[in-house]
Design a protein around this ligand. Sequence first.
Ligand code: ACO
Length: 344
Amino acid sequence: DDLARNSTFEEVCYLLWNGELPNAEQLAGLTAQLEAERGVSDELMGMLRGYPKDADPMAALRTAVSALGMFDGAADDNSDAENRRKAILLTAKMPTIVAAFDRIRQGREPVAPKAGLSTAANFLYMLNGEEADEVRVRTMDVALVLHAEHGMNASTFAARVTAGTLSDIYSAITSAIGTLKGPSHGGANVEVMNMLREIDESGTDPKEWVLQALESGRRIMGFGHRVYKATDPRATVLRELADQIMQGSQQTRWLDLSDRIRGVMAEEMEKKGKKIYPNVDFFSASVYTTLGIGMDLFTAVFAIARVPGWTAHLLEQYANNRLIRPEVDYVGPRGLKVKPLAQR
Ligand code: ACO
């Protein structure tokens, strides 16, 4: 809560990688390093142009990050210094990749990153081709802060398992992106928007829609969490942000609809005695839509925000590595013998 209100994404990156917030000089140093790494090579841009135009942006990002590893001659050098350099490189380049792919698939030219802009401001600039106003930049920045790190979630675990084999950091982040893509994890923010549209287009009363969905055993996207058994604190901050950017605009439709769904879910879950509350994805959907970010980019935005968290975990993993190999209980039949092929 404190970081969301009183810091920037770059400061949080520094905190995650170094264990403390930067002073002015340290922040200037990191900002300069991020700025120097933001551009992508002509080779990589050529690859992005070759991807299918209808590819899922998460598949495009996963593939491009994997490719970045091939272009880095020191990809397999797992020293702390090299991995810190790569953490900055990935944090700087992933927004450029997402924005470039989005423009290319729409038949538009990618926009090069602009010096002097923060990660949040640059991302909106590269996506839309024009600088966003201060409120929008701050909203984007806070959304990045809120998503930057979240303990041992599924994608972080996948990243650590990959690094635990002493494979390289690009492979670990590729694993993480593939894991985040699923609708039970980061992909839920896209599903929230799909749900809002479905309700809107059906013309059904939102309460009726939710009741019918629950009746048929359907999950309401953006609700529930393996860890939080109360409202996800990130959802609370995002709800406030949504209010701020929608103030004075006519675009409160998605937020109003979200609030109604939240109300119905609160009543229904209380009746059923279930601790199912809004999670981070619930309000991020309407915030991103208001920022002009296309619906199918939402999970990729989550990934560009989470990369400092993933890489912080990886620095820790490489510094004190042990192979991660859980044991499982075999519950199948025992005592089987190989029957010759002709008898099967
Ligand atoms: N809508 C309706 N009911 C739900 C929901 C939901 N979104 N989530 C859980 N429940 C119900 C389940 O049906 C189950 O009911 P039952 O006990 O009567 O069978 C009960 O709550 C417990 O559900 P589990 O699946 O055991 O909870 P789990 O911790 O495994 O699941 C998860 C967590 C995957 C996030 C789940 O809540 C879900 O599918 N939510 C929707 C997808 C989503 O929003 N994911 C984003 C999570 S946040 C993140 O990853 C960034």
